[in-house]
Structures are given as C-alpha cells and as structure tokens.
Ligand binder design. Structure first.
Ligand code: ZN
Ligand code: FE
Length: 239
C-alpha cells in the first residue's frame, strides 16, 4: 500500500491509500473534491472508497462530488449516519472493515465530536486519526467530554509504538510551541521540532508522525489522568 498525502483547503490533509497491485484506492477525509480528482486523474487510480473520520465539513466536503464522478462507496460511523453526506456503509467501534486488499479496524474515539472514529490499517501499522490525535497536539473538544477525549487518546496510545499516525491537519508547528512551553526540558521534543522545521522549510508535510515520537513528545499523551489532561486542554485553548 502506498499513502499519498494531499493538501486541501487551508491546512487540511486528505490521504489516498493506493493498492499498487491493481491501483484501487481509498481516500481518507476528502476536504474538497478538486485536489483529489486531480491526483486520481493524473495517476489513473480507481477511487473505490471514501473513509470519513468525522462529519465536519473540512473532512467530508468532497464526498458528494467524488461519489458522483467515481461511484465511490462512503464509509463512516453508524452514529453519524445522518450527518456524513452520502454515507453507504455504517461501521461501529472495533469492527473490521475489509474490502479487496484493504483492511482496517475501527476505533470509536469520541471527544472532538461524539461520532469520531479512527481507521487502523493494522497490517501496515498505519492509523488515520482525523482531528483526535495530531502531531504534538490533540483536537479541540467540541461535542464530547474531557474524559472521552482522554480515553480516546489512551486507546491510540495502546497500539504498537511503530504505528504511523496520519492526522487531519498541519498544526504541528503551532502545537510544538505549546509542548515546548510546558515541557521545556524535553530533549526528544527539541530534536523532533528541528526535524519538523526542516520538513516544513522544504515545503513537505510534517506528518506522518509515529506513536513512539508522540508518546515521547506530545504533552497531551503524557498526561497521567483526566484532571491533568483537562487542564492542559484548557491552557491550549487559550494559548
Ligand atoms: Zn473536525
Ligand atoms: Fe478538521
């Protein structure tokens, strides 16, 4: 499987997962159709599936047009069946979604929204975390509770350490400033920040990151309990 990162809107990332044997593909969180269409046409891939982590417009904005053009099947959380446009297949926590050579385990990870899910391609050790876990940060809590978000991050934390994390936005640099402010003696964090700056300076995305890096450097994953986590989340909201 090959993962292609597609920049969308202002700072969103959509991802195209390509099976190089037959050029079948899935897109994760198409914010908008145009950049996805351009890639699909230029590379002659078959866009068979649209995977949505949550219902926010910057993650589902391309569903309708892409489905219309490519007749793609839309997969999303069953609890969000009325707010994910064009949804076809409803998935639930711990389901295995399997089609052709694609196989992912679904994790329900509420907090940012009540219906947020992650797609874990466990064979490839890749997870798409949408707006729940970012590199060096986590999503704002819009619909869920601090406790839900804390537990959702804990689920991701329990995956193999070499899991690659693909998140929904390029927020890494802003996030790094917050981590640094409250964890200023963390050398691994400082190293990661210089690598991030180098990538961004070369016009490259800072993601994917790895779970190992995030456990060492992401202050939200270092929070020992809900109380500490909630305090950090509030501080970040006003940072
Ligand atoms: Zn969102
Ligand atoms: Fe978003």
């Amino acid at each position: 499987m090959k993962i292609q990162t597609i920049k969308c809107l202002h700072d969103n990332y959509s991802y195209i997962i390509i099976d190089e044997n037959n050029l079948n593909a899935c897109v994760v969180d198409p914010s908008e159709a145009k950049p996805i269409i351009d890639f699909v046409e230029n590379n002659n891939i078959n866009l068979k599936y649209i995977l949505n982590t949550h219902h926010h417009f910057d993650h589902v904005g391309g569903n309708k047009d892409l489905k219309k053009i490519y007749n793609s099947t839309v997969i999303g959380f069953k609890g969000d069946k009325d707010r994910i446009p064009e949804i076809d297949i409803l998935v639930d926590d711990l389901n295995i979604w399997k089609k052709e050579n694609f196989e992912a385990k679904i994790y329900h990870i509420p907090g940012h929204t009540t219906g947020h899910i992650a797609f874990h391609f466990f064979r490839e050790k890749i997870i798409f975390t949408g707006d729940t876990l970012f590199s060096l940060g986590c999503g704002r809590i819009f619909e869920g509770t601090y406790e839900q978000m804390f537990n959702s991050l804990k689920k991701i934390k329990s995956l193999p350490k070499d899991t690659k994390i693909y998140c929904g936005h390029e927020y890494t640099l802003q996030n790094s400033n917050f981590c640094l402010a409250y964890d200023s003696s963390n050398l691994q964090l400082k190293n990661k920040i210089s690598k991030i700056k180098e990538k961004l300076g070369n016009g490259l995305p800072s993601v994917p990151t790895t779970l190992d890096d995030e456990i060492q450097c992401n202050i939200f994953l270092k929070a020992k309990d809900v109380k500490t986590f909630s305090k950090l989340r509030d501080l970040k909201d006003n940072f």
